[in-house]
Ligand binder design. Structure first.
Ligand SMILES: [Zn+2]
Length: 310
């Protein structure tokens, strides 16, 4: 049932009218909220511009309709009953199953951030991508990169997805592998999901963590260098998580601009003080020559502020 639904879900354009086939599947989907109820549709021909269109009847009488393109008078004929997919339903159900939250639309009818979940102490952000037939992945990749730093898992509506979407930090999982659609509703197999996410990540993380000389709590709020600890808040956590992420990928001194983008800070931040007002941060983080890195050893409390916080 899920695959048939996903075929409709992926249709372009997103609000396309589908014929109501009279199969038992559609009433079930309507009952779940996954589709809008079937409605009488009409076919119209514009006497001015010649546009032929099919639309559902909403509130107007047939004789009150005008052409959607030029506003001219139309002649109408009855057409079949038509249905539409209710695209908010699937991301909403998935977000609820993952962490009882509400999805955030990153690209309308295309890409949603569903939830942030913790899998074996590792924070993972989960997305849903409506695959469609469009081969252009650049806007999708850009939207994912603009979003939160850290590990991303993208659930896809198709079994096959463009390879360029996947990289070392981003894992793609076809939704049909971890979810089923029954008359009672969407069933999400969290265990299979978590097991699919972990083995791949565990290798990458193990390789990177071995080289870490610092300790960083999974939420980025505590950074430790030997016996010294720095406590961070809100967006500062994302800043340090981004540096650690680069570190784990083998980049110990990532570009400042990359870290700012990755952590949702403006590139107009030109000093550490703009990220965190407490001068203490410079004892732990080296910000110089366009690069940023976590120090190997914390600077002493009485370090020369003017010298290091440039
Ligand atoms: Zn017209």
């Amino acid at each position: 049932m899920l695959k048939r639904y996903l075929n409709w879900f992926d249709n372009e354009p997103a609000d396309e009218l589908l014929s109501a086939t009279g199969s038992s599947l559609q009433p079930k989907l309507v009952a779940l909220g996954a589709m809008y109820p079937a409605k009488r549709a009409i076919r119209s021909l514009c006497v001015t511009c010649g546009l032929m269109a099919v639309r559902q009847m909403q509130e107007y009488d047939d004789h009150a309709l005008v052409c959607v393109a030029c506003g001219g008078r139309v002649e109408v004929w009855p057409a079949d009953m038509k249905m539409r997919v209710r695209h908010v339903w699937l991301p909403g159900e998935l977000a609820k199953r993952l962490s009882d939250t509400v999805p955030v639309v990153l690209m309308p009818n295309r890409l949603w951030r569903l939830a942030q979940v913790s899998i074996r102490q590792q924070s993972v952000t989960v997305y849903l991508l409506r695959c469609t037939a469009s081969p252009h992945m650049e806007p999708v990749i850009a939207a994912l990169e603009r979003d939160l730093a850290g590990r991303q898992v993208v659930l896809t509506t198709k079994e096959e997805f463009p390879v360029e979407l996947s990289d070392g930090q981003r894992l793609m999982i076809p939704l049909s592998r971890v979810a089923r659609l029954e008359a009672e509703g969407l069933e999400f197999d969290y265990e299979t999901f978590a097991n699919t996410v972990v083995p791949v990540d565990a290798l990458a993380v193990a390789a990177g963590r071995q080289r870490r000389w610092f300790k960083l709590s999974p939420d980025g709020s505590r950074l430790r260098l030997q016996d010294q600890e720095l406590v961070l808040h809100r967006k500062q956590c994302r800043f340090v998580l981004a540096i650690a992420e680069a570190h784990d990928m083998g980049e110990e001194r990532p570009k400042q601009s990359w870290v700012l983008d990755r952590s949702g800070h403006s590139r107009e931040n030109t000093s550490l003080k703009q990220i965190c007002r407490r001068p203490e941060i410079a004892r732990f983080i080296d910000w110089s020559q366009g690069e940023v890195a976590i120090r190997k050893v914390a600077l002493p409390h009485d370090y020369n502020d003017a010298e290091t916080a440039k």
